[in-house]
Design a protein around this ligand. Structure first.
Ligand code: VG1
Ligand code: CO
Length: 546
């Protein structure tokens, strides 16, 4: 098998965003596009010769083709061994686990996460380093710089690996070990959670649960863990077969896109299951529902923080916690009550890695349906679901009771996120620039019921390695215990997505049952006045509210 050196020219649009390089499938199918990026990645990988890497994806359209290309390029670039998920499938948390468990140099994940798939949908590629977490900015920027100057890539002329056959295969001078995507991950979950107690939850048949895998990667994981190991009924997991186009759906576990699950959970009590959950394309996100009850991801993080010591893997309790800037401050209240540190980081899991490695935190999360702990260096959808199930089983309370009790103890942080999608990028940038220019003039000004207390642009200095990340979102604090955060998405593939994150704290128990959008209406109105979204974009309402 000969190694070909193929001449190529750079593409200018290969800068990784919040979570890897994410583009339309068709862009990735442009000749040399995938190859250029993968070669740049290998060029930046220290001590590549003979290294072991993990490889797998969420099964979306182009997954198998991309794996074929990456395997042939890895062999041509001196990689020693690839651990590959059978069928080319691995969830993002499973990759993180395999990197850690098998001490590999890193891993490549093929996914555009919660973005739609299929030939007209999105594709993506992420690289994780040897701690199991997303590569830090310094690495992704080096890869980007390399893509701008690339002149050739190396690939085996031919050679194929039967992706679906577990066992050892040889490709050029490289070994490809095809493994069961689920086994190591399921074993890890057994060490962290109380499986006997979880089994007892399903024993009597009285507890009913629905898990929506959204035709994405978690189907096989959820079926193995929930149905086979925990004894949940065979129809617990819905949309459990990974499909290249996610069955035409949008694998984003929120109230808008997990429609069937939401319909089942929001109906009169006798017919309503006790527990509902969903994950995204690559399995790192989670949505938690109770009967007629939605747990915001920010509240989920706060509740897990307050209850962490109840879970077998975390008996020593919360060491410290971190949340991304736009995530509500509910968890800050728990950290303060427990006397542990709460870190505020930029959006994206890569910013949690150092804090977890240094042992400063053992729990972290984002408002975007992401929760995780020091068991991995990625957010972990199914893990979060199992944590919640464990709490329900242990506390013998419903999801709604657990959350309401939490609000009684800590107060409620009403929260909502408004997304304006596919905006003209120039218009979106202008809107943000305009607000940035006015930040200094805002403190003391009143908009509707709200007076601005402070306004700034968030920059983060990593407390472990001192690296600085600037321009991470604009934040306005109001005297009325309210907050507005504004930033542009770094994962979209069409135009620009503007995100407005709104929250307000309510200590009064009598008001805790209000509908979040009703409660936040005055703040939403004030944000409209400050940002002039409608005047600048022509949009009268957001595309997605979560
Ligand atoms: C979004 C979320 C962010 C998350 C990222 C990756 O980024 O807001 O919190 O970490 O997606 O999630 P952005 O830049 O579009 O706001 V996933 O499930 O892609 O791995
Ligand atoms: Co994801």
């Amino acid at each position: 098998m000969d190694i070909l050196t193929v001449a190529t020219t750079p593409f200018t649009d290969q800068r990784p965003g919040t979570s890897g390089l994410r583009k339309k499938v068709r862009r990735f199918q442009t000749p040399h596009y995938l190859e250029n990026f993968v070669q740049a990645l290998f060029d930046c990988l220290p001590q590549r010769e003979g290294a072991t890497l993990v490889l797998g994806g969420d099964g979306r359209h182009y997954n198998r083709e991309a794996i074929g290309v990456i395997l042939r390029m890895a062999a041509a670039n001196g990689i020693g061994r690839i651990l590959l998920g059978a069928g080319g499938l691995l969830s993002t948390p499973a990759v993180s686990n395999l990197i850690r468990r098998h001490r590999t140099r890193g891993g490549i994940i093929l996914s555009a996460s919660h973005n739609p798939g299929g030939p007209d949908g999105d594709f993506g590629i992420k690289f994780n380093i040897d701690n199991g977490g997303p590569a830090p900015e310094a690495f992704t920027e080096a890869v980007y710089a390399r893509t701008r100057e690339i002149t050739e890539y190396r690939i085996l002329e031919s050679g194929e690996v039967p992706l679906d056959h577990p066992g050892e295969h040889t490709l050029g001078g490289m070994t490809v070990t095809i493994i069961d995507p689920v086994a190591d991950y399921a074993a890890l979950m057994e060490t962290l959670l109380d499986f006997p107690r979880l089994r007892s939850l399903f024993d009597t048949g009285a507890f009913r649960m629905v898990y929506d895998a959204m035709h994405a990667v978690t189907g096989p994981y959820a079926i193995e863990i929930l149905e086979h190991r925990l004894g949940a009924p065979a129809d617990t997991v819905i949309h459990g077969t990974p499909l290249p186009d996610f069955g035409g759906g949008h694998p984003d576990p929120n109230l808008v896109h997990a429609r069937e699950l939401v319909q089942r959970l929001f109906q009169p009590a006798p017919r309503c299951p006790d527990f509902g959950a969903a994950s995204d394309g690559d399995g790192d996100r989670n949505m938690i529902l109770g009967c007629n009850f939605f747990v915001t991801p920010s509240d989920s993080l706060a509740v897990l923080a307050a209850n962490l010591h109840r879970l077998p893997g975390y008996r020593t309790g919360l060491k410290g916690v971190a949340r991304s800037l736009p995530t509500s401050r509910a968890v800050d209240r728990v950290a303060a009550a427990l006397g542990v540190e709460c870190y505020e980081t930029p959006t994206g899991w890569k910013f949690f890695g150092n804090l977890l490695d240094a042992g400063r935190i053992n729990l972290c999360g984002e408002e975007s349906f992401g929760t995780g702990s020091d068991h991995l260096r990625e957010k972990d959808g199914l893990w979060a679901v199992l944590c919640w199930l464990n709490l329900v089983a242990e506390r013998q309370q419903s999801v709604a009771e657990i959350v309401r009790e939490h609000w009684r103890n800590f107060g409620r942080d009403f929260y909502t996120r408004h997304d304006y999608e596919a905006l003209d990028p120039d218009v979106a940038r202008q809107l943000v620039d305009r607000l940035r220019d006015r930040l200094g003039t805002l403190p003391g000004r009143r908009f509707g019921d709200f007076t601005v207390a402070s306004a700034d642009e968030f920059a983060y200095t990593d407390p472990v390695d001192g690296s600085v990340s600037e321009h991470q979102g604009l934040r306005l604090l109001f005297h009325q215990e309210a907050r507005l955060v504004v930033r542009l998405s770094g994962t979209g593939t069409e135009g620009a997505t503007l995100r407005l994150y709104l929250e307000q704290y309510e200590p009064d128990i009598a008001r805790h049952d209000a509908d979040a959008n009703d409660y936040l209406a005055p703040l939403i109105h004030a944000a409209g006045e400050i940002l002039q979204v409608e005047a600048l974009t022509g949009r009268s309402a957001p595309d997605v509210i979560t």
